[in-house]
Design a binder for this molecule. Structure first.
Ligand SMILES: NC(=O)C1=CN([C@@H]2O[C@H](COP(=O)(O)OP(=O)(O)OC[C@H]3O[C@@H](n4cnc5c(N)ncnc54)[C@H](O)[C@@H]3O)[C@@H](O)[C@H]2O)C=CC1
Ligand SMILES: O=C(O)CCC(=O)C(=O)O
Length: 428
């Protein structure tokens, strides 16, 4: 992969660029370039065979000027502190851009959860809470799921925290299972939120969504509901999705030029987002290499897997037909690729705006936990649509007013809100 691959370096470069445009005070800049707090810890877990395995865990709290830190916990074999720092930093900008009263945090464990039994996973997540419980809580830092973690794990974590605290505390964590303190609509929230922003981008560009096509990277939580939303809400056609194949250890693209059926594909996908190749082939899907998704002649590209996927090499493969890139993933585009996209005039819906639907419904989940009163799915999704639409319009207005790239405009909106909160609290 060419160019910048370190996610935290990417996050700092994006921020520095806009800080320069804003002529941001150097001291304010120094606060915002780095996380305020980091926790590095080891989690010993009794494995099913009786041995003890020790896992590396992290939690990074980037900035809590606007409210408690908020952000998921990622379980991935290649997790690093720099990835967690980047993801925590983007969470600060994400919560600010959708104007929810929360700061930015993120956690992680270096582990491949697919290699563990259910019991081992439960002991690992309870161990994570045992290390962190004094530094998380509804008014301190509220974790949630991300890549490799599930609602069930959030349920166990909430239980562990409540036991240690001696009080039932559902608001300590979000993305919990429905019936166990979770909110209806959280599963769909990130993917549907992506589609609400694509809908608004299409309105701005004068595109008829029912005549549009899309190619998606990834087929996990975000991509599955983005694909469903593109087909069912926008009446468009998704020509391919891709995934990482855990057996073959490579990625594949699953293509059907007359339109994939996302609900069928979901029925043959495991909990880690790997699609069953044999079943897909039998249903008429063409299986191509993992990078094929990016060169499709479509109107919309939705990278919804991991960071750094649209980079100096892969950006060259983007077809001249593409008009919108909607970043479902966090940090999928490197600064080098951004330059090319800007030059080509492709409309960018940047990650921390595009995928903010998840944390928005997590915020709604916390509100419902506080009230001990739960909303219908329709109510949750209609509140989400409103938040995402207002946020999109705010960023678009800034981009048009300042004549800047949408990513820079999103940073401008968020930085102003975080700086204002720091001023109001007397930090600066
Ligand atoms: N789940 C959520 O609510 C939110 C997730 N995100 C971000 O969205 C992205 C995806 O997250 P989830 O869908 O939750 O994760 P997930 O674990 O449910 O799915 C990830 C998908 O990406 C695929 N993948 C991994 N490496 C790949 C590669 N090299 N090529 C193609 N596919 C690959 C996996 O096979 C899987 O289908 C991440 O960047 C995450 O941080 C952002 C906001 C909220
Ligand atoms: O739901 C949340 O609180 C966090 C979601 C998240 O980790 C993200 O938006 O990247």
């Amino acid at each position: 992969m060419a160019g910048t691959t370190n996610a935290f370096e990417m996050a700092q470069r994006q921020f520095d660029h806009v800080a320069d445009l804003l002529k941001l005070d150097p001291q304010v800049r120094e606060i915002l370039r780095w996380p305020l707090r980091e926790f590095h810890f080891r989690i010993p877990v009794r494995m099913d065979d009786g041995t003890i395995k020790v896992f590396q865990g992290f939690r990074v709290q980037h900035n809590d000027a606007r409210g408690p830190n908020k952000g998921g916990i990622r379980f991935h074999p290649s997790e690093t502190i720099d990835t967690v720092r980047a993801l925590a930093t983007w969470m600060t900008w994400k919560c600010a851009v959708v104007d929810i009263p929360l700061g930015g945090g993120k956690g992680g464990v270096v582990v491949d959860p697919a290699t563990m039994s259910t019991g081992e996973k439960e002991r690992l997540v309870r161990g994570w809470v045992q290390q962190m419980w004094k530094n998380i809580g509804p008014r301190k830092d509220v974790p949630a799921p991300d890549v490799g973690t599930t609602p069930q794990m959030m349920g166990w974590m909430m239980d562990e925290f409540s036991k240690l605290q001696g009080d039932y505390t559902p608001g300590v964590i979000t993305g919990k299972p429905v019936g166990g303190g979770g909110s209806l609509g959280r599963t769909e929230a990130t993917g549907f939120g992506v589609i609400y922003t694509v809908r608004e981008a299409m309105k701005h560009l004068g595109m008829d969504s029912s005549k549009c096509t899309a190619a998606l990277q990834g087929f996990g939580n975000v991509s599955q509901y983005a694909a469903i939303g593109f087909v069912e809400m926008l009446k468009g056609k998704v020509v391919c999705v891709s995934c990482w194949d855990r057996e073959d250890k490579v990625s594949y693209t699953f293509t059907k030029m007359d339109g994939v059926d996302p609900r069928f594909l979901m029925s043959i996908t495991d909990q880690y987002g790997t699609i069953d190749k044999a079943k897909a082939k039998a249903a008429g899907y063409v299986i191509e290499d993992g990078e094929a998704w990016i060169s499709k002649e479509v109107d919309v590209l939705i990278p919804a897997a991991l960071e750094g996927q649209v980079n100096a090499d892969t950006v060259k493969k983007i077809s001249s037909k593409v008009r919108i890139i909607a970043e479902g993933a966090n940090g999928p585009t490197t600064p080098e690729a951004d330059e090319v996209i800007k030059e080509r005039g492709i409309f960018m819906v940047p990650d921390f705006l595009c995928n903010a639907g998840g944390v928005t419904v997590s915020y709604f989940e916390g509100v419902q936990n506080d009230m001990n009163f739960y909303w219908s799915k329709e109510e949750v999704l209609s509140k989400l649509d409103e938040k995402m639409t207002v946020a999109f319009q705010g960023v678009l207005d800034m981009a048009l007013k300042e004549k800047v790239y949408m990513r820079d405009a999103a940073y401008m909106v968020s930085i102003a809100r975080v700086v204002k909160a720091m001023q109001l609290r007397g930090w600066i």
